[in-house]
Structure formats: C-alpha cells, structure tokens
Design a protein around this ligand. Structure first.
Ligand SMILES: [Zn+2]
Length: 500
C-alpha cells in the first residue's frame, strides 16, 4: 500500500488541463451501493500535481462486515483478500494527503465521493472537495453518444487498461478517458468543459449542461418548470446567479431542493432593476401562476400584528389581512395607536412575547401567556390559588408583580410599550403615496413602483400587506429616503414641465 511516484504507463495529461488541478482520480470498491451503510473494500487514488508529477496508491480495506457474494463476483474482492487488510482508519491519513486540495475525479463521482466522505466521517475526519464526474464530462464532450458507462468509454476511446473493476485499474481508465478526450477534442475544449462542470456540481441530469451559464448576477425572479411546462417554484433573489445555483449545490440542498431538481425540466429567469422590483414581480407571479411548491402566499396569509387594546395589558394578535384592522390609523405619522410586528404567524408573536417578558421582568399573566390558568379560570375550576396568586415568573423572581397587585396595569402597559419599541410597526414617513425608482446602472434597467403606507399600489389598488416588502421599504426609507418621491410633488413637477 505504499505510494508510487511517477509510475510507468500512467495516462498523459496536457499542462493546460493540469493548470486547473491538482486532480485526484479515485475509485473505490465497496460491499454495496449505500454510502451510509456499506463499507469500502478497496480504494485507489491517482494524483496528478499541477507540475505533471503523478502519485499512485491503492489499498485493500478490511470492511469489518461481510461482502455479499454478487459483489465478490463483480469486484473479484473476497473476504480472504481483505481479512488482513488495514481498516479504513489506518489508511485515512494516506488517502487524505493524496486528496488534499485536489479536484476529486471519478466515473459516477457521486458514488465515490459519497463513500469517501462517509468513510472519513467515521474515521473522525471532515472531507469536502470539488468533484468532477467523468460521466458528465463525457456527456458534455460527446453529446451524440448514447451511453457513458466506463465500458462504453473503454470501447469508444480504445482505452487500454488492466484490472477492470479493481480500484486502481478503474481509476487509471478514468484518467485514460480524460487523456483521450484531450487528444480527440483538444485540451482547451476539455478545460472549458471541466470549468463548466465544476461550477455547477450537481445540476439535474435532465437539464442541458449549460442551463445555468447565462444567469445574471443582479436581482431578479426565477421560475422552475416541471412536466407539461407547469411552474413548480417561483423565487426571487438579490443575486440571481448565486441563488439559483444554491438550489443545486450539494452542500446546502434542502429536501425541497432535492424534490425540485427531480421534477425540474426548465429554468427561466427575469432580471429586475432592484430588490423591491424582484419582490413585487415574485408575488405577482406566485399569484397568477400558482406554482406547485410555493408557500409564499400561505406565509403572508398567516402574518399578523400585535395590538394593545386600551386599558388592557394583554396584546391581541391580528392577522394583517383582516378587514377591521385600521391600517391607515396604525401607520399614521402622528398619534398612531401602538402595534408591533409584523410576525410570521401567531406562534412567532408568542415566542417574541415570551422572550420580551423574560428580558424585562414583565408579567406573563398580564401578557396572556398563562393560557392554561386562564382557561381553568374561565371554566370556574380551581386554579389551586386565588386570583392574586403570584404567576410562575413571580415565584422565581422574574416578574415585577402585576399578578400580585404590586404593579399597576398602567405601569405594566408603559413598561411593555417601552420594551417592545424595536418591533413597533413603523409609521409611514410620508403624507401620501410615493414612487420608488430602482435603477440598475449596469444594464440600464429602471423600474418605478408606487407604495402607500407600506403597501404596493398597482393600477390604483392597494395590494395586501407583504412582510418582505415592508422590511425592505423600512430599510430603504432609512438608508436612502431620497430614492422615494412623493406623488403630489411628482405631479406638480410634471405639470410645471408641461407649462414650460
Ligand atoms: Zn406575574
């Protein structure tokens, strides 16, 4: 299992290609197909440094578990062969040093990468690498070929190797394919193909390999389409390129991303001049195209504010879409009644109240957070004490005593309002509607949107409240108030220009 430097007969890779490296061609033999449950029985690495220096290493590995007979037949690796082989832990350091800083190259790279990652993890080591899959490289360079298995590659490119299905033999054949591609297609086009593949590590196989190449960096909206060209998902982004690619980057995928990439057939995107424009376009499209996997609308439907009715200590949760919510009064510049939020939903508001009570020694009973107790009161049941009993917080010294009459309702209200100030719903800073102009100087795009009291106004109609738009507008109105122009002012300017 010693490392051989510059072994005889390794495939020649041109300097233009090696400049992208180092490359570690790897192949593993295993006891099965599941990286988490099955184990390595053999590992081989063929490492090319940028200078062209080659190191070659392979080792049988004692898997510590039985090898199924069909796998033995395929790989030729029997229990007798691995009985005295080292466990992976014992060779992990060698493997690590050969893989360090290199692009991991393998045929069906996800398989080898998955196994190697789990093997390292079990050995207590973290391992990540840029991964190049030669199946995808072959598909990109030879799009007309029907099949891209290693056997087809051997036949198509007349690759010469020994020990097919053993780790070192297969790793060398994989390097042989890259070498053959360089001489057939020219090193430069292989380099270009590799660059493209490394940027999009796990683009779904059903998409063309260039699907994400032209994604712009700026803000915009993107749509994922599924079968029959039905929209699956609509998203917005401040940086389209980064955001869309993140859906497919293997390290950060969510369960939803995995499902999306399975169903995805086509991606479309629309750059906007700014972030607000992207938000507005997203919500318009989510409404009109009803994509299967969007939760944005439901999300907004549950959002709400906390208000504090006169002379009460207990805030009330009011959904922002509710009719009786007096939006104009709540956002009035002067004398707006207190309101806090918006919160994603009722549970989020409650969590915030809980934290606030703890931080400021407010009484949980006053804030309506002692739900059980109140329910028992309402039903006339014994609460185990009278109404003047201390709340739980009081008993551990975290309440200033509203529950036992030591703090007046008025004083508690005042303390609550002061403590909650950072979440207070902002008053609309202008007297009426404003125009926000977003300009993207890089591509000459410009969009004008009208807002009134934090609501988007389209064709003269106030749109439902949107938390994301609210947050962005608050931020923009503080940082760049000059970007907003009050509508009456705009009208009079236009009028005077006409007069001239
Ligand atoms: Zn209390």
């Amino acid at each position: 299992m010693s490392v051989t430097t510059d072994p005889q007969g390794t495939p020649f890779l041109p300097p233009a290609l090696l400049a992208l490296g180092p490359f570690a061609f790897i192949d593993v033999e295993t006891t099965g197909m599941q990286p988490r449950d099955d184990r390595l029985t053999e590992i081989a690495i063929l490492r090319y440094d940028r200078s062209g220096r080659v190191e070659q290493w392979s080792s049988l590995v004692n898997p510590g578990v039985p090898i199924p007979p069909d796998i033995q037949a395929m790989t030729g690796i029997t229990p007798a062969m691995v009985k005295n082989a080292p466990p992976f832990d014992a060779v992990a350091a060698t493997a690590c040093s050969l893989l360090e800083g290199a692009v991991l190259v393998a045929h069906n790279a996800r398989f080898d990468y998955g196994f190697i990652k789990h093997a390292f993890r079990r050995a207590g080591l973290r391992f990540t690498a840029d991964v190049l899959c030669t199946v995808r490289l072959s598909r990109l360079l030879y799009p007309d070929a029907a099949r891209h298995g290693l056997d087809q590659l051997i036949e198509r490119h007349r690759l010469i190797g020994t020990d097919r299905h053993r780790a070192l033999g297969d790793a060398a054949l994989t390097a042989g394919f890259v070498a053959a591609a360089c001489s057939e297609r020219g090193a430069d086009s292989v380099v270009a193909a590799i660059r493209r593949l490394l940027k999009t590590p796990s683009l779904p196989a059903q998409l063309p390999p260039h699907a994400l190449d032209d994604l712009p960096d700026g803000p915009g909206v993107y749509v994922f389409y599924g079968v029959n060209d039905l929209p699956l998902y609509i998203g917005k982004a401040k940086h389209l390129r980064e955001r869309v690619r993140a859906h497919f980057s293997s390290d950060h995928r969510t369960a939803n991303d995995v499902r999306l990439s399975r169903e995805l057939t086509r991606i479309e995107w629309f750059p906007t001049a700014g972030e607000i424009g992207a938000l507005v376009l997203e919500s318009r499209w989510v409404k009109s195209r009803a994509p299967l996997h969007n939760v944005a609308l439901r999300r907004h439907a549950r959002a709400g504010l906390l208000t504090l009715p006169p002379e009460r200590t207990e805030p009330a949760f009011v959904p922002v879409g509710e009719r009786h919510l007096e939006w104009d009064a709540l956002t009035a510049r002067d004398s707006a009644p207190p309101a806090w939020g918006p919160f994603a939903d009722r549970a989020a508001a409650r969590r915030w109240l809980d934290a606030l009570a703890q931080a400021h020694r407010l009484c949980p009973r006053a804030l309506g957070l002692e739900a059980d107790l109140r329910a028992r009161w309402a039903q006339g049941q014994d609460t185990g004490s009278d109404a003047r009993s201390p709340c739980f917080s009081r008993q551990i010294g975290r309440c200033m005593g509203w529950c036992v009459g030591e703090e007046s309702t008025e004083a508690h209200r005042e303390r609550f309002i002061a403590a909650a100030d950072s979440m207070r719903l902002r008053a609309w800073p202008w007297s009426g509607p404003v125009v926000l102009e977003e300009v993207d100087h890089a591509n000459g795009r410009c969009e004008r949107l009208v807002f009134d009291r934090w609501l988007l106004v389209e064709d003269g109609v106030h749109q439902p409240f949107d938390r994301d738009i609210y947050r962005l507008l608050v931020r923009l109105s503080e940082r760049t108030p000059e970007a907003f122009v009050e509508l009456p002012a705009l009208r009079s300017t236009a009028a005077s220009e006409e007069l001239d």
